[in-house]
Design a protein around this ligand. Structure first.
Ligand code: ADP
Ligand code: MG
Length: 618
């Protein structure tokens, strides 16, 4: 067979194979075009999960009459013109192939007007040659794309479509993803003439939270924390979930790079690391994160659907996410909100009598019991306990956190104590009793606190062990019999390049030949572990992520086991003093919300919730 040029339609259909996988891909591409054109209101109408009809209308700039036909042809775009533009993409689209692809596998009508005259122009394509006829139409300012009969001319593709319900779920998800990154745009979505959602433009914090709740659910918004960090010209903001509010599947995980939702290995890895040892078993954290950085520092032209990106400095991105989230999670304490400058509000250790008492309990300090008399009411961190706000359905303790946001009338500057007596109650309150040898019951100003004493103590011991380990550094010790092992050249390269890293991890490795190394020193704590496996894991990390936290992870695992063994067992009787000491210690401990295995350490029931149980005041 001789070589011949493919028809435009066929080459568009081939491109459509990559870009248009299913109806939701059409929705995504059309919405991205509206957003790029500056829409503030977008209406989406779908029939039969988008297979019969997808209609998207916006109020953006519109398309010039003479450009209408061009918009439908391949490699036609208004978003870039020279190669340099590719290095700093700020629009969602730029490849100029979405409309061409869609119109090659469906019947497409594009109507648009650039002014408020009510007059516009429409083109439609359907024929084999993809020729577009243009004619006048009544249309307000903006653009409407109407796509019918998806894959009508590519029956093979049609066979890959799933049940209507599944396809609609994908559409729903596509709209949500964009709605979560463009709060200033109003979206409506109708399916088979039924309104699925109607999202108003959101600018204030409250409006944004309302949209979050509409998209991810009410319980979501009550269990996430806002974060906002900057480092090295990058900004990371958004919401991350309380570790206890984890999911059995990786849902509600959204990551945006300059407004574009992406899936990225570096990001997933960094988030996972940040949640290490606070997540229960194989649960997944929820998050909505926005990374903003110089467009030059990220390549978005990696994949036709643009779901993937390439970071120029992936290590810095990893570092920002990992450290930022790790810190934020560590700071989720009863008395504080994430992002609150911890050191400023924390009293000196010597000021707290309960500290010593708790050391008796924990068996970690000098034995010198000091009675922590609740009537003395330590005023510490009292400023955080502002009057009760709207606490309603929250299952977990963070209602307390939210209500603890200082209101305008409450003095909040560090060290400034409120004179009001009732304000001076520690966040976890004072112990009332021990229940069945397992739980501590305590009351604070707003209700009932229930603590799993073993879980809480385990976390306290674990964080202490980690801290003392960190201050002493990694002590390494020579192996009696050095381990020789052969590695690939790539791995040897990594050993050479990251010598400093290995030294800081307590590993001394000499390169013997082009494919041979010998391990001479190892971290003392890990001397009985499988060092060869450890080294191979570290190298795999270094080669894929540019950094590794394997040694720390292994050491943390060991410390966690030690902490678990040393923590108070069930059925051990605690005095009120000891219980109060534990509560105070909890308030000071990082990651206290979960034990080392990710189980919650305490829960909180407000008086409002308790009253509900008893139908009080209803
Ligand atoms: P790309 O978005 O990659 O440029 P598309 O095929 O999606 O390619 O769109 C082609 C062009 O049509 C866009 O560059 C834009 O100029 C124009 N266009 C498409 N949709 C709209 C819209 N809703 N409003 C204004 N212009 C649009
Ligand atoms: Mg586009």
């Amino acid at each position: 067979m001789r070589i011949h040029q493919l028809t435009p339609r066929l080459s568009n259909q081939i491109a459509a194979g990559e870009v248009i996988e299913r109806p939701s891909s059409v929705v995504k591409e059309l919405l991205e075009n509206c957003i790029d054109a500056g829409a503030t209101h977008i209406d989406i109408e779908v029939e039969q999960a988008g297979i019969k009809l997808i209609k998207v209308r916006d109020n953006a700039s519109g398309i010039h009459k003479d450009d209408l036909a061009l918009a439908l042809s391949r490699h036609a775009t208004s978003k870039i013109s020279v190669i340099e533009d590719l290095e700093g993409i700020s629009s969602l689209g730029f490849r100029g192939e979405a409309l061409a692809s869609i119109s090659s596998v469906s019947r497409l009508k594009l109507s648009s007007s650039q002014d408020d005259s009510g007059q516009g122009w429409v083109v439609s394509v359907e024929g084999k040659d993809m020729a577009a006829d243009i004619s006048p139409v009544a249309h307000g300012k903006g653009t409407t794309v109407e796509m019918r009969d998806l894959f009508f001319n590519t029956p093979a593709r049609r066979k890959f479509l799933r049940a209507e319900k599944t396809e609609f779920t994908h559409i729903d998800e596509s709209v949500k993803r964009l709605a979560l990154s463009h709060f200033d745009i109003a979206f409506t979505l109708r399916h088979n003439q039924r309104m699925v959602f109607n999202l108003k433009a959101a600018t204030t914090k409250l409006e944004k939270e309302r949209r979050l709740a509409a998209i991810c659910g009410n319980d979501f918004i009550q269990n996430v924390f806002a974060i906002d960090l900057q480092q090295g010209g990058m900004r990371l903001s958004g919401w991350i979930g309380d570790p206890t509010y984890s999911k059995s599947q990786a849902i509600h995980q959204y990551f945006y790079v300059n407004g574009r939702m992406v899936r990225d290995k570096v990001v997933t890895h960094a988030v996972k690391q940040a949640y290490q040892d606070v997540l229960y078993q194989s649960r997944h954290p929820v998050y909505i994160l926005y990374l903003e950085l110089d467009p030059q520092a990220v390549d978005v032209n990696v994949h036709p659907t643009k779901h993937e990106v390439r970071f120029r400095e992936s290590r810095q991105v990893h570092d920002l996410i990992f450290r930022g989230l790790y810190r934020a999670i560590a700071d989720l304490r009863p008395a504080e909100l994430p992002g609150t400058p911890v050191s400023e509000t924390r009293p000196e250790e010597s000021e707290i009598n309960s500290m010593e008492a708790s050391q008796v309990l924990l068996g970690l300090g000098d034995v010198k019991p000091v009675l922590n008399d609740p009537s003395r009411k330590i005023g510490y961190e009292s400023a955080w306990l502002a009057p009760l706000m709207s606490v309603s359905e929250q299952q977990r303790s963070y209602a307390l956190l939210r209500s603890a946001v200082p209101n305008e009338n409450t003095p909040t500057s560090p060290g400034q104590e409120s004179s009001s007596e009732q304000n001076e109650m520690p966040p976890l309150g004072y112990a009332l009793a021990q229940l069945q040898g397992i739980y501590i019951l305590a009351q604070n100003k707003e209700g009932l606190v229930i603590v799993d004493m073993h879980a809480a103590h385990e976390r306290i011991s674990y964080e202490r062990l980690k801290k003392s380990y960190q201050t002493q550094g990694i002590v390494s010790q020579p192996l009696l019999v050095p381990i020789t092992l052969s590695l690939s050249q790539k791995e040897i390269g990594a050993v050479e390049e990251h010598q400093g890293v290995f030294v800081s991890l307590g590993l001394k490795i000499d390169i013997l030949g082009s494919e041979l190394v010998v391990i001479r020193d190892v971290p003392a704590l890990l001397r009985d572990s499988n060092i060869e496996l450890l080294l191979r894991d570290i190298l795999a990390d270094l080669l894929t992520h540019g950094s590794s936290t394997r040694t720390e992870e292994l050491i943390n695992e060991l410390l966690a086991t030690m902490a678990c063994r040393s923590a108070v067992r069930a059925n051990r009787h605690l005095s009120l003093m000891e219980m109060n000491a534990l509560l105070r210690e909890m308030e000071r401990t990082e990651r206290i919300g979960q034990c080392n295995h990710g189980r919650p350490t305490w829960v909180f029931k407000t008086m409002v919730e308790l009253d509900k149980w008893f139908l009080r005041g209803q």
